[in-house]
Design a binder for this molecule. Structure first.
Ligand SMILES: [Zn+2]
Length: 448
């Protein structure tokens, strides 16, 4: 059976009853807690997704396919502009085809890592009833790292400088053509478009990090509903409920405005309704593992809900009531400090907001992940949220004049201009000083 868009609900409904009585209660399936425990114990994904290379992706896919040729088949579906291969790994034999692709933006790698954990889970748990059901009800089509040239540079666009996700109509990118060709060939019932969003994405009031944002992708300006969109709203509801125990208050809704050039919107129009999963910031030193884990739980919970039929019972309002994505989340918020900003201006009380985003830079021939930061705001920032909040009450914030941590110094004279004052839009060079009671100050924190 080939599902056309308007028949999606019938098609998926067929999954629920295959091999069983029409009124059988859907199987309970995988629980998010069990999936999270499995991930903690069994994960194989690389610890730092931004450093995943195309070679590593291809190597891992070949290993998976070679180890279990009875479960997986691997094919190349295209080449990037610079000749890097793009692969499609297939698993399962069910009637409901599901297409999952990651990293069509090269600097958005979290889900690529998570897909390797999903593949490993399917492989190691292949004899469990839940995985057997997924593989018998669904045909899974994975395309990890659709944009390997962008990944090589850790940039959004491909080597032509084109945003592949705005090329669904013109199809000038070989990567976009590979995705379109695969979609047209397998005509999936549903697609998962896996991305990362800015670390400046917030939700709620007070603002919290939008660690995962979900979108049931629209297929027209009016954001109409059809059976495909109802299905993706229900899948988003399933994912939200699966992730609530791990990221409560950090799950948001991505703007569902129709984008005429985007793949998700056009796939939905072509008959493959799409769920967009955007991975955002996480408020801890180690950001990657919790986010890979959320992706893993989200993807397997959604597949399980499709395979068991549980998705039909999901309430779309659980998705629709999610708070909308907003911008402006800070990387660091220094609160209530006395600021001597180094411009010859009298000390004043203010909060200082620092925005941050990740990048990969080559250092001594080795790629490494850095966070690039900028001073983004000074003043009363009580309405802002941040990944890290530092209470600077009773402390003095001054331009860093190459101080050493812990050094004992005199407070800089506010009338003396600093070599590099604290300026909005500039990388921070900031020292936070604590009075030590003897008229001197200790360098408590340096932000460079
Ligand atoms: Zn993206």
């Amino acid at each position: 059976m080939r599902c056309r868009n308007r028949l999606v609900s019938l098609c998926v409904a067929g999954v629920f009853t295959a091999g069983a009585g029409a009124f059988q209660v859907p199987a309970q399936g995988l629980t998010p807690q069990a999936l999270a425990r499995a991930w903690d114990a069994e994960r194989v994904s690389p610890a730092t997704p931004p450093l995943i290379t195309h070679d590593e992706v291809v190597g891992r896919l070949r290993e998976v396919a070679a180890r279990r040729p009875d479960m997986f088949s691997l094919e190349q579906i295209g080449e990037s502009v610079e000749g890097r291969s793009i692969h499609h790994l297939r698993a399962g034999s069910g009637q409901t085809a599901v297409l999952l692709w990651s990293q069509m933006h090269g600097d958005e790698p979290t889900a690529t890592a998570a897909l390797f954990d999903v593949l490993h889970y399917l492989e190691t748990h292949r004899d469990d009833a839940d995985v057997r059901r997924i593989l018998s009800q669904l045909s899974l089509h994975f395309v990890p790292m659709l944009n390997p040239d962008g990944a090589e540079r850790f940039q959004r666009r491909n080597a032509q400088g084109i945003d592949i996700n705005r090329d669904a109509l013109r199809l000038q990118t070989p990567e976009g053509r590979a995705l379109k060709g695969l979609r047209d060939r397998i005509n999936p019932t549903v697609g998962f478009n896996l991305h990362n969003q800015s670390w400046g994405t917030a939700i709620g009031n007070p603002p919290r990090p939008a660690s995962i944002s979900l979108l049931s992708v629209a297929y027209d300006e009016k954001r109409s509903e059809n059976p495909g969109r109802v299905l993706t709203k229900k899948l988003c509801a399933v994912i939200r409920d699966a992730l609530e125990p791990f990221a409560s208050g950090q799950i948001g809704r991505y703007d569902d405005e129709f984008e005429v050039r985007a793949f998700g919107d056009n796939l939905t129009l072509w008959g493959t309704p799409v769920v967009l999963i955007e991975t955002g910031p996480w408020p801890s030193e180690e950001v990657d593992p919790p986010l890979i884990r959320l992706n893993f739980v989200a993807i397997l919970s959604a597949l399980d809900a499709l395979a068991t039929g549980r998705v039909e019972k999901a309430d779309p309002r659980r998705y629709e009531e999610l708070p909308m994505n907003e911008s402006g989340l800070l990387y660091i918020l220094l609160k209530n400090g006395t600021v001597i900003n180094g411009a010859g201006i009298q000390p004043f009380v203010a909060d200082i907001g620092i925005a941050g985003n990740r990048r990969v830079r080559v250092n001594d021939g080795r790629r490494e992940v850095q966070v690039s930061t900028n001073v983004s705001d000074i003043g009363d920032l009580r309405t802002s949220g941040a990944l890290r909040v530092i209470d600077a009450s009773g402390l003095t914030i001054v331009p860093d004049e190459d101080y050493e941590m812990g050094a004992s110094i005199d407070l800089p004279d506010w009338k003396t201009k600093a070599r590099a004052p604290i300026v909005i839009g500039q990388p921070p060079r900031i020292a936070v000083l604590r009075p030590t009671g003897d008229g001197r100050y200790r360098v408590e924190l340096l932000l460079r």
